[in-house]
Design a protein around this ligand. Structure first.
Ligand SMILES: [Zn+2]
Length: 130
C-alpha cells in the first residue's frame, strides 16, 4: 500500500464485503453513499424504465438507489477503514432545464425538486413531472 492511501471495507447491506483499495486517506469521510446500480429512468414517451446493476447511471435516470455507510471508529487491530451499512436511500434528480436546454444532471436537494445550484437560479424552467 502506498503512503497516504488506505483500504475501505464495507460491511452489511448491498455492498457487503466490497473492498476499495488505494483510496487516498484524505478522501475518507464519516458517511458515504454507495450507488447500488439500480433505479428508474424517464423514457422519451413518458414511460418509466428500470435499470439494475448499472456500472454508471443512464443519461435519463431520475431516481437511483444508494446505500449509506457510516465509518467505524478505528479499531487498532484492523487495517484500513471499515464502514457499516446504515440504510438505503433514493436519490432524485434535479428537475431543472439547463440554459442549453438539457436536463440538469445534479442530484436534487432531499425533499426538493432541484439541486443546490438551481435552488438559487432565477427564471427556473422545470421539466414536467411524469
Ligand atoms: Zn440542477
Amino acid at each position: 500500500m502506498s503512503k497516504g492511501m488506505t483500504t475501505l471495507t464495507f460491511h452489511g447491506g448491498p455492498s457487503d464485503g466490497e473492498v476499495l483499495t488505494n483510496v487516498p486517506s484524505m478522501r475518507v469521510f464519516p458517511l458515504v453513499h454507495l450507488p447500488t446500480g439500480s433505479g428508474f429512468t424517464e423514457e422519451a414517451d413518458g414511460q418509466i424504465g428500470v435499470f439494475a446493476k448499472a456500472g454508471e447511471l443512464p443519461s435519463n435516470w431520475f431516481i437511483f438507489k444508494t446505500a449509506r455507510y457510516a465509518k467505524r471508529e478505528t479499531d487498532s487491530d484492523r487495517t484500513g477503514v471499515h464502514y457499516d451499512f446504515v440504510e438505503e436511500a433514493l436519490i432524485s434528480r434535479c428537475r431543472a432545464i439547463t440554459l442549453k436546454g438539457g436536463w440538469c444532471k445534479n442530484e436534487a436537494v432531499p425533499g426538493q425538486k432541484v439541486c443546490k445550484t438551481h435552488a438559487r437560479a432565477a427564471n427556473l424552467e422545470l421539466k414536467p413531472d411524469t
